[in-house]
Structure formats: C-alpha cells, structure tokens
Design a protein around this ligand. Structure first.
Ligand SMILES: C/C(=C\CNc1ncnc2c1ncn2[C@@H]1O[C@H](COP(=O)(O)O)[C@@H](O)[C@H]1O)CO
Length: 285
C-alpha cells in the first residue's frame, strides 16, 4: 500500500530478514546505488583494496590449477635465445616430462620458459604459464595452453610450489635464483614436504654448489643435509628419472602414513585423534 504524501512509495519493504516500513522504506535499490554512482575512487589505491585483489589472484590461480594433476615447474632465464643449447634442453624437458606423465608449469615468459612450454605443448601435454605483469613485459609466450598473468610475484610463487611436485632449474639470473632459493628455504624450514630440485647444467651451477659447500656450509650457515636438497646434472633423462623416483618415494611414504593412520583408528582412536590434531595444527589449517 502507498502513503498519501508519496503515492509511489510502498508502505513496507523487506530486505532479507530486515523489514522497513513508512519513511524507512528505501527509494533506491542496492543495484541502483551500485550502478548509478561512482563516488570517490581513492580507495582503489589503499591496502584493503589491494588485499582483495591479492585474494582474487589466489582464487583465480587455485581455480585454474585445482585439477591439474602431477606437474613439474621449470625455471630459467627469460633471456635464453632459441639458438642456445639450453633452449633445446628446456624444450626436451618439456617433451619428456609430458612423456613421464607430468604437466609442465613455467613463468610463461620468453627464453627457457617458452622452450619448456613449447616442448610440453608439442608433445600434447598440459603446458601451463604463470606470467607476471612487468613494466616492460609482452605477455605469455605462444606455447602456453593454460595461463594466467599475475600482478604479484608472491601469489604466483605460491602456485609454483603448490601445484608442482618438483622443480627443474635451468641456468638463469636473479629471477631463477629467487625461485630456487624460495624452494630450498621452504624445504629446509620444513614449511613444505621436501620435493626434488634439479639444477640443470654442471658448468653453470657448479660454482654456486662449490660456494654453498666451501663457504656457506664451512661457515656453519647451513647443514650438510641441506646440500642434499638438490642434485646437479647435464642429462635430461637422468633428471627426469630422479624426479620420477622421488615421486614414487613420496607416494610410498604417503601410502605408509595412510596405512599407519588406518591402523591407529582400529587400535587406538585417541592416539589417532591426537596425531590428526597435531597434523592440522592448532588453528586447524
Ligand atoms: C627479462 C625479459 C623478460 C621478462 N619476462 C618474464 N616473464 C615471466 N617470468 C619472468 C620474466 N622474467 C623473469 N621471470 C621469472 O624469473 C625467472 C627468470 O628470471 P631471470 O632473471 O631471467 O633468471 C623465470 O623462471 C620466471 O618465473 C626480457 O625478455
């Protein structure tokens, strides 16, 4: 029913469980208020808004990759040219990783990334590119079959680790070292279950490995076991066997843990409950 002063205004209005009557009845709809005005725009440059954008990158990335299956991330220089032997090696990695049943994830850029995507795509596998918006960048390489451009390096790095069961690291610069040492730090601090890391190219990586042993280890900054977190090779097939074997060992360990947990349920439900709580952490994550 309408009132006499405002014949068009309904006397009563319901918004979900909220009831509004007489002069509390709103004249505009939520959609009108959303669509009819822009209002000030300075909030798009504030951290709370950035948090939402970051969240949306996680949502899109997780959504894109949730059903990916087993995958290996291949890292390496954006500057490697197609006539460089490392380009051919990365292409071979892409092809052979697909042959071994893996999807191939790269940074989606040029150089080694493009080569690995090319090998994977041409072999009929899943070729993933996780690109990064850069001030001078030209987008995902043409061999990326599933891709996304990230605004933030850190959300993108989460995807590399979350959706890959191993890392192949080809010769590269700062970006490659950043990705390598992120992986090693996560494994060293047991923030992730350790996974195979292959450094490809003995002459390129040998000097770094020597320095890690002769300086970092000698000076007590890392442990001897930390040097076992990666292997160095010049042989693509050897690298892939190493990755496959590590995957088989991880599967066997997971099966063993599942069997032990199942036995716990039967033999001692309380111990199982305690173990499960410990596994989830105090915040249930
Ligand atoms: C430098 C040039 C292009 C940069 N384009 C990139 N696109 C996607 N990902 C990139 C790019 N540059 C670096 N990355 C990431 O770091 C690693 C390579 O960095 P590096 O410093 O070249 O070693 C790589 O794995 C990417 O994840 C000009 O063509």
């Amino acid at each position: 029913m309408a009132d006499s002063l405002h014949p068009d205004r309904p006397q009563s209005q319901q918004r979900g469980p909220v009831v509004m009557r007489r002069n509390q009845v709103q004249q505009s709809t939520s959609e009108q208020r959303l669509l009819d005005s822009r209002g000030p725009s300075d909030w798009v440059h504030t951290d709370p808004w950035r948090v939402l954008r970051i969240q949306s990158e996680f949502i899109e990335g997780f959504g894109m990759l949730a059903e990916l299956g087993a995958a290996i991330s291949v890292f390496g220089s954006a500057r490697t040219k197609p006539d460089d032997p490392m380009y051919a090696a990365a292409e071979s990695f892409g092809r052979k990783l697909v042959g071994a049943g893996y999807a191939v994830i790269t940074g989606g850029g040029p150089g080694v990334m493009e080569a690995a995507n090319k090998g994977a795509s041409e072999a009929g596998g899943v070729s993933v590119g996780l690109g990064i918006e850069l001030p001078f960048e030209n987008g995902l390489n043409e061999w990326v079959d599933i891709g996304m451009n990230f605004r933030y390096f850190f959300t993108r790095k989460t995807m590399f680790v979350k959706y890959a069961q191993g890392f192949v690291v080809m010769p590269g610069g700062f970006g490659t070292l950043d990705e390598l040492f992120e992986a090693l730090t996560l494994a060293q601090t047991r923030k992730v279950t350790s996974f195979p890391v292959v450094l490809f190219g003995t002459s390129y990586w040998g000097g770094l490995a020597d320095w890690l042993r002769d300086t970092m280890l000698a000076d007590g900054k890392i442990s001897a076991a930390d040097l076992d977190m990666f292997t160095i090779t010049d042989d693509v097939d050897e690298a892939i066997s190493y990755i496959v074997k590590a995957g088989e060992m991880a599967d066997a360990a997971a099966e063993e843990a599942a069997a032990a947990a199942a036995a716990d349920v039967t033999d001692n439900p309380e111990a199982r409950e305690r173990r499960e709580q410990h596994r989830l952490g105090s915040d249930g994550s």
